[in-house]
Design a protein around this ligand. Structure first.
Ligand code: IDP
Length: 140
């Protein structure tokens, strides 16, 4: 499988509970390398732009309010099949459905406040990485 990069976000519910290190360790234990990372506070407008594909969904307001409610840690993860591997380590969107040992099973508070975001496909990953990082910031 090819070496890929994917965009990860440690969401405000997790930074608030000081879980950044525990979540990063899950990625590293799975063989993913953090090749870029920064802690930022999104504006509501930036959160709306990032999640614009969900603009018609009923939870869009709740989601974008939440994403702007506190710091997030955005990361680029690199490794073999990184997009899928990251989704496996994250677990299902709803923590009630997430497999034991996954980040969402261990840490998520609800379907909305679910601790992490991860790109869903290589094409989305490229767009999402470019949303947050310049090429110079990616250090493999
Ligand atoms: P994903 O993050 O597992 O890819 P998506 O369906 O793409 O899941 O949803 C994006 C984000 O929107 C979720 O991670 C979660 O924070 C939020 N979300 C999804 N469904 C709901 C819901 O039913 N209520 C509130 N927030 C939701």
């Amino acid at each position: 499988m090819a070496i890929e990069r994917t965009l990860s976000i440690i969401k405000p519910d997790a930074t608030r509970r000081n879980l950044t290190g525990k979540i990063a360790a899950k990625f590293e234990e799975a063989g993913l390398r953090i090749v870029a990372q920064k802690r930022i506070l999104l504006t509501r407008a930036q959160a709306e732009k990032f999640y614009e594909v969900h603009a018609a969904r009923p939870f869009f307001g709740e989601l974008t309010d939440f994403m702007a409610s506190g710091p997030v840690v955005v990361q680029v993860l690199e490794g073999e099949g990184a997009v899928l591997k990251n989704r496996e380590v994250m677990g299902a969107t709803n923590p009630k459905d997430a497999a034991p040992g996954t980040i969402r099973a261990e840490f998520a508070e609800s379907v909305g406040e679910n601790s992490v975001h991860g790109s869903d496909a290589p094409e989305t990953a490229a767009q999402e990485i470019a949303f947050f990082f310049s090429g110079l910031e990616l250090v493999g």
